[in-house]
Write a protein that binds this ligand. Structure first.
Ligand SMILES: Nc1ncnc2c1ncn2[C@@H]1O[C@H](COP(=O)(O)OP(=O)(O)O)[C@@H](O)[C@H]1O
Ligand SMILES: [Mg+2]
Length: 267
C-alpha cells in the first residue's frame, strides 16, 4: 500500500484553530484544559494530538467536533467557525457507543438518516462500508455479539457513513489488545486512503502516532497547550523497526519524559 499525502486527490477539509482556551470550574477552582492553543491541519492530512492524560486532547477534539465551545479563540473548519456538531465531521470515541438494540447494519444506517440520498443509496453505502471494515458477515449481529475490535470497526463505519470530510478519533483503539490494535492501525490507513478524509486522532501512544500520522502535535498539561510539532516524513507503509521510525519515536518520548519530570517538580 502506498499512501502519500501528495498522491491523494484531496477532498478532506482544513482545520484552523487559533487562540483556543477552555477553562472548567471544578470544585471551586479553575482547570485550564486548554490555553491559547493554535494549530492548523491541512486538507487530507492525518494528524495526531499526543500527550499524557489530562492535557486537553479530548477537549480539543470536542471543540473541533462542535460538542463543546471554547471560552476564547475559535475553531474554523473549511472556512466556517464551528458552532455545533455536523454530519461533515465524523467522531469515534474510545467506547463504540453503538445502540445495543440495533444490529451493526442498522447502527450504520442510522447515521445516514439525514443524508440527502434515497433508501437504495443508503443501503449501498452501508454495504460498502461494512465490506471496507471487514464486517459484512456481521451485518445482522448486535453490538454485544461483537469483539472489541469489531465494535470499533462498526463505530468507524458509522462515523464514515455520511462521507464526512473530517474524521475525529478520540483514542479509538485505546481499549483494544495490542494485536488487534496494530491490525486496526493498518486498517485506519486503508480507510484514510479510500475515503480521502482529513483525520485528527487523539492518542497517548507515541508509536501509534508515528505509525499513522503526517504530523504529530505533542501536547502538555496544566495548562493544556501544544509543546511541539513533529513532521513524520517516513513513507507509508511504515515499519516500526526501521531506524528513522525508532529515532523519531525516541525524540517524541524524550519530550514527553522531560514534560513529566517538569510536572513532577512543580507539583
Ligand atoms: N466537562 C468537564 N468538566 C470539568 N473538567 C473537565 C471537563 N472536561 C475535561 N475537564 C478537565 O480538563 C482537563 C483536560 O481534560 P481532557 O481534555 O479530557 O484531557 P485528555 O483527553 O488529554 O486526557 C482535565 O484536567 C479534566 O479533568
Ligand atoms: Mg481524553
Amino acid at each position: 500500500m502506498a499512501v502519500a499525502l501528495e498522491s491523494i486527490s484531496v477532498t478532506g477539509t482544513s482545520v484552523e484553530i487559533s487562540g483556543v482556551s477552555r477553562v472548567f470550574r471544578v470544585d471551586g477552582r479553575e482547570v485550564n484544559a486548554l490555553r491559547d492553543v493554535s494549530l492548523t491541519v491541512r486538507p487530507g492530512e492525518f494528524v495526531s494530538l499526543l500527550g499524557p492524560s489530562g492535557c486537553g486532547k479530548s477537549t480539543m477534539l470536542r471543540i473541533i467536533a462542535g460538542l463543546d465551545r471554547p471560552d476564547a479563540g475559535e475553531c474554523v473548519v473549511d472556512g466556517a467557525i464551528v458552532r455545533a456538531p455536523s454530519l461533515s465531521r465524523g467522531v469515534v470515541f474510545q467506547d463504540h457507543r453503538l445502540l445495543p438494540w440495533l444490529t451493526v447494519r442498522e447502527n450504520v444506517l442510522l447515521a445516514l438518516h439525514k443524508a440527502p440520498i434515497g433508501q437504495d443509496g443508503r443501503e449501498a453505502r452501508v454495504l460498502e462500508l461494512l465490506d471496507l471494515v471487514g464486517l459484512s458477515a456481521f451485518a445482522g449481529a448486535k453490538p454485544h455479539q461483537l469483539s472489541g475490535g469489531m465494535s470499533q470497526r462498526a463505530a468507524i463505519a458509522r462515523a464514515l457513513a455520511p462521507r464526512p470530510r473530517l474524521l475525529l478519533l478520540d483514542e479509538p483503539l485505546g481499549a483494544l489488545d495490542s494485536l488487534t490494535r496494530s491490525r486496526l492501525q493498518g486498517e485506519l490507513l486503508r480507510l484514510w486512503e479510500h475515503e480521502k478524509v482529513t483525520v485528527i486522532m487523539v492518542t497517548h501512544d507515541v508509536e501509534e502516532a508515528v505509525y499513522l500520522s503526517n504530523r504529530v502535535f505533542v501536547m502538555e498539561p496544566r495548562p493544556g497547550r501544544v509543546r511541539g510539532i513533529f513532521d513524520v516524513s517516513i513513507p507509508y507503509p511504515r515499519r516500526r523497526v526501521d531506524a528513522d521510525f525508532v529515532a523519531l519515536r525516541q525524540s517524541i518520548l524524550d519530550i514527553l519524559e522531560r514534560e513529566a519530570t517538569a510536572a513532577e517538580l512543580t507539583c
